[in-house]
Design a protein around this ligand. Structure first.
Ligand code: HEC
Length: 109
């Protein structure tokens, strides 16, 4: 066990706090609203399925770290891929830093 850090928040806590700020700034809660981190209704986030459906109910993000792969057909292997590769929620521009912070936050849900 490393000794407790004497001053200031731990690095992990800072990452999670930054990730929460990204979640708020990007308005993720419009479709993944706390406390359940989902919403009623179905939304087009630019993905389709084998029979052409484009609108899906947002999955709850509670415990999301244990449910990879992601999206209805598992096309995103990791949480990071949801954003970096598939540009969720829709054609989003992401920096690696924001995605890494956001993923740290999502892993606490
Ligand atoms: C317009 C509504 C909408 C917004 C805004 C939105 N999402 Fe989603 N999200 C969805 C839908 C719908 C899906 C499911 C898509 C699918 O499975 O094809 C999804 C899927 C996900 C998944 C995959 C979950 C799983 O179990 O497969 C994650 C993670 C996620 N969203 C996180 C976020 C984050 C973080 C944000 C903010 C940056 C965000 N979403 C913004 C609607 C939205």
């Amino acid at each position: 066990m490393p000794p407790p850090v004497a001053f200031g928040p731990r690095k992990d806590d800072e990452e999670v706090a930054r990730g929460r700020a990204v979640f708020e700034a990007r308005k993720c809660a419009e479709c993944h609203a706390p406390p359940t981190f989902t919403a009623n209704g179905r939304y087009d986030v630019g993905l389709d399925d084998a029979v052409g459906n484009r609108r899906f109910n947002p999955p709850s993000l509670r415990g999301v770290e244990y449910r990879e792969p992601y999206f209805h057909d598992g096309r995103a292997a990791t949480l990071e891929d949801v954003f970096l590769e598939h540009r969720h929620p829709r054609d989003a521009e992401w920096t690696a830093q924001d995605v890494s912070d956001l993923a740290a936050y999502l892993r606490t849900l």
